[in-house]
Design a protein around this ligand. Structure first.
Ligand SMILES: [Cu+2]
Length: 281
């Protein structure tokens, strides 16, 4: 499993600038502008997802460390019928919503974690509501950048546009990276594999290794490991009878809390040469 290239707001806004620039030059240079502007829908066939926070299924919450955001992904009833084996083909009428919220931060700009070690929404911030809808006949308007039958729009909570349909080509261009095998939905593994969890990982398991090999944390900290390998591993306490993650398939994460100072040495039961250490200070 992979951590896909995260969406980059700067890229989006740059793209928007490029698009609006080409619209501006449309008046002067119609032909040049037409060939440069990525095609996009001219009308909104997505629609503001009224009541999403209470009526849609909450699929997962993802802490985004680089932008210090809490991203909550919701699925309407139709999208929520999708299972891991059918995630290559969401049914018509599927709506996915990503609510992007600035995380609460301390004076140094570090996210203030909640009792479960997760980011919290800053109550003073205004979220952006990214929406993608799949339906018969949608998607074609993006031309070469089409992602199946999905169309994209971003709204503010009051229903006004953050990204209009006309400016949404950038959404499709980036979502093409998520690819057809998952119907261009990026992080559904957090829903299907991790039961809705998307904490920031301090450690990864990759190529039969724990990376980093040794981690130092303060007492009371949470540590999340993400299995970024193709195969199963375990995180098993070297002390007999100690904690054991059980088999963690690729894409799976595990969050542990370390309360008392000391050393926690661990290994993988399946590949005993895989060893790691956490020093709690
Ligand atoms: Cu292993």
């Amino acid at each position: 499993m992979q951590y896909a290239t995260p969406p980059n707001e700067q890229e989006v806004s740059l793209l928007r600038k490029v698009i609006s620039l080409s619209f501006a030059s449309l008046m002067i240079l119609p032909f040049a502008a037409l060939t440069q502007t990525p095609p996009a829908p001219t009308t909104d066939r997505v629609g503001f997802p009224e009541g999403y926070a209470t009526q849609f299924a909450r699929w997962f919450v993802y802490d985004r460390p680089d932008t210090k955001q809490v991203r909550t992904i919701y699925a309407n009833d139709i999208a929520d019928t999708v299972t891991e084996p059918t995630q290559n083909n969401y049914p018509y009428g599927s709506v996915l919503v990503m609510e992007t919220w600035t995380a609460l931060q301390d004076a140094q700009g570090n996210p203030v974690l909640d009792a479960n070690g997760r980011y919290q929404k800053n109550p003073a911030a205004t979220p952006t509501i990214f929406v993608m809808k799949k339906d018969r006949g949608l998607g074609e308007a993006y031309g070469p950048n089409r992602t199946g039958e999905w169309e994209y729009v971003a709204y503010r909570p009051d229903g006004t546009y953050q990204t209009t349909p006309q400016n949404s080509a950038g959404c499709a261009i980036c979502h093409r990276v998520a690819n057809q095998a998952v119907d261009w939905v990026f992080r559904s593994n957090l829903h299907f594999v991790n039961n809705g969890e998307g904490p920031t990982a301090e450690g990864v398991i990759y190529n039969y290794r724990f990376i980093p090999r040794e981690l130092r944390v303060r007492a009371g900290s949470f540590v999340t490991f993400h299995n970024n390998d193709e195969i199963e591993h375990t995180i098993s306490d070297d002390v007999a009878g100690g904690g054991n993650s059980g088999r963690m398939r690729g894409g799976k994460s595990l969050t542990l809390r370390f309360d008392s100072p000391g050393e926690f040495n661990f290994h993988c039961d399946i590949h005993p040469s895989m060893r790691g250490k956490i020093i709690v200070e």
